[in-house]
Design a protein around this ligand. Sequence first.
Ligand code: CTP
Length: 412
Amino acid sequence: MDLSGKHLVLGLTGGIACYKAAELCRALIREGATVQVVMTAAAEQFITPVTMQALSNRPVFTSQWDARDVNNMPHINLGREADAILIAPCSADFMARLVQGAADDLLSLMCLARPIAKVPLLLAPAMNREMWAHPATQRNLAQLRRDGTAILGVANGDQACGETGDGRMLEPADLVQDVIAFFRPKLLAGHQVLVTAGPTYEAIDPVRGITNLSSGKMGFAVARAAQEAGARVTLVAGPVSLATPRGVSRIDVRSAQDMYAATLEHVAGASIFIATAAVADWRPANAAEHKIKKDGSGASPQLRFIENPDILAAVAGLDRAKSGELLCVGFAAESQDLLANAQAKRIRKNIPLLVGNIGPAAFGKDDNALLLVTADGVRELERASKLELARELIAACAKFERANARHSGVPA
Ligand code: CTP
């Protein structure tokens, strides 16, 4: 549970997206957060405090004159105990009032009265596309950012009014991912990370090919963990059907050759390269132009193979990698003798950090166990979710970067 121990004020303002706030409240609680709901009068037109109280398991506050607190100051008390205030949905009007420092209802009063350095404010705007695009809203948005407010979204798509465009509130699952990322330490701020993930597919003919059991889950988790740590992330993904982690730029490829080309094209600005992909070592020498047919004789087609380029070796051979400007991290999917194979592979690939795992125990699963192998030692990461392991790996990469001693040192 990624929000364990976090106490959030969830503010609702007037907008049809209030119906999504119910699901958001549940999703935040599912991640371990405690949620105190505060609603404006306009929000009460769209969803009732009864619903939000039932879902949050706490009385909802709607008025600055609410006398339940003994000192009669809910605007002070509620803000002081929160780790963050999340306003979802945040209307155009509420944005404008935040910019002005208005304080004529409980939620705006609480935002103004919060200790600004200790209680961050996160907004998930929701409005019609014309309202969003209006210069007034865009001015307010820029000012809110200057004031240190985090803006989550907006999404593009169908709107309740029947129009299509920017201004939708992010889906609850996306908002939860953004809130989780907000609280993660920014260990890789300013870094660019390039990740390869998933299997590759090597065509035999237009309808058949050779692939492997990699699901891409580990690589996608690594991309998410790097993004959460503040890096700009490019993910070169083989054929998998996984959702792109929030804020990650994704390039879909099919074959090892496509992955090789895409990786070399995007490695230029990267400071860290993490090769999690299970790249096919060989491809059919000549993919048939048309489907290979049985000829009735019972003879099977004779396939010849040629070796694919080694993407990791190519990147590790770049001058920037050799001079230590580009940290290269490899993965080894083995079926036996993990430690010895991983150590040998790290030396053969000439990289500072190699991550070993047992392929059959990892492929397709949501959890894994890893060995981090460096020149100076081995660190075992016990079986855990791939996201947890990915976060540990990213922390180890950050430590490498900080130490700037990329060819030695046991990761943290
Ligand atoms: N890798 C790569 N390009 C390839 C093959 C592998 O970039 N053509 C990368 C993988 O993404 C991984 C690492 O190299 O980070 C090791 O992959 P693995 O398949 O375990 O090792 P191989 O080099 O293929 O060695 P072997 O098949 O002998 O185990």
